[in-house]
Design a protein around this ligand. Structure first.
Ligand SMILES: O=C(O)C(=O)C[C@]1(C(=O)O)C=C[C@@H](O)C=C1
Length: 294
């Protein structure tokens, strides 16, 4: 039986492009926010949620991390990394005088990826964040009477009838976003042709209170086992100032010896450890048509 894949929509978001690549044969359901995607899986209205978690220019998508840790019990079952190209687009009526735009709509991460461009080329304009790049494109098309633009991808320009007036406005060329697939059950990734690029295990670690050198000891538990970490990030526990947990990505899948013994060592130190998932990583290539520059 096929999966129902909830993704951050509407149609033509970057997440939609990633979902179409990774789940070409499954039913794909666009929802307007990341929490809605996660709730849909938690409440069995979908089998999988595909949502963004990290961007090379802007860092983590905090709402994704926070929901995974505080709000839902859904393991990460896979990830896909995709190249991201941002374009500036306007309603066709404003194609000739696009430099006069007053407000630029997009997802907050997309706005941040184009910060230098906006500062230099559209000084004085205001940026407004909305739920996704595609929602911004939809809004711009619905309001030809306003002097507004959207930052979104090429497919969104086509889908919502906008004109791209500046291509590739992201500030740094190496712009990639990681998307995660979460599900109650292990996922069979089938029917796609994306490259598998190793595996990861993600842990959430809470340090013991008032334990000098705890973070150093945590890191040494990984380092003497030669476990390669691709990410370590702290987020507030939301219980009081100074209380943080760490998200740690290990570049290997869960094994029977190394990761379990690391977890035991951390627990002996007084840490609380939760496994957020152990999963394959896929890479959407730069040659991929839908993501590439025109
Ligand atoms: O708004 C979209 O199109 C999304 O899929 C979200 C999102 C993000 O959360 O970072 C995904 C990729 C890009 O980095 C910009 C926005």
């Amino acid at each position: 039986m096929g999966y129902r894949v909830a993704f951050l929509g509407p149609k033509a978001t970057f997440t939609d492009l990633a979902a179409a690549k990774l789940f070409p044969d499954e039913e794909r359901i666009p929802l307007l926010t990341i929490p809605e995607c996660l709730d849909a899986v938690q409440e069995d209205q979908a089998d999988i949620a595909l949502i963004p978690i990290e961007n090379t220019l802007e860092g983590s998508v905090n709402i994704t991390l926070d929901y995974l840790v505080h709000e839902v019990e859904l393991p990460i079952q896979g990830e896909v990394v995709a190249p991201i190209s941002q374009h500036l687009m306007v309603h066709p009526n404003h194609k000739e005088q696009w430099e006069n735009i007053e407000t630029i709509y997009s997802h907050s991460h997309a706005i941040a990826q184009c910060h230098k461009f906006l500062h230099k080329e559209l000084k004085g304009s205001v940026s407004e964040s909305v739920t996704s790049t595609a929602a911004a494109a939809q809004y711009v098309f619905a309001h030809p009477e306003l002097r507004i633009a959207a930052i979104a991808n090429e497919l969104a320009a086509k889908e919502y009838g906008l004109e791209i007036v500046r291509h590739n406005i992201h500030d740094f060329a190496h712009n990639h976003t990681r998307f995660i697939a979460v599900s109650k059950e292990a996922i069979r990734f089938r029917g796609h042709s994306e490259k598998e690029n190793g595996s990861k295990t993600t842990l959430m670690v809470t340090l013991p209170a008032d334990h000098p050198g705890a973070l150093h000891q945590v890191l040494s538990a990984f380092s003497w086992r030669k476990l390669n970490l691709s990410k370590i990030e702290s987020r507030p526990m939301k219980t009081g100032l100074g209380n943080y947990f760490f998200i740690i990505d290990i570049n290997m899948e869960m094994d029977e010896v190394l990761i379990p013994s690391t977890i035991s060592e951390l627990e002996t130190l007084g840490c609380t450890v939760k496994i957020l998932g152990s999963y394959p990583s896929f890479l959407i290539s730069n040659q991929s048509k839908t993501f590439s520059e025109t």
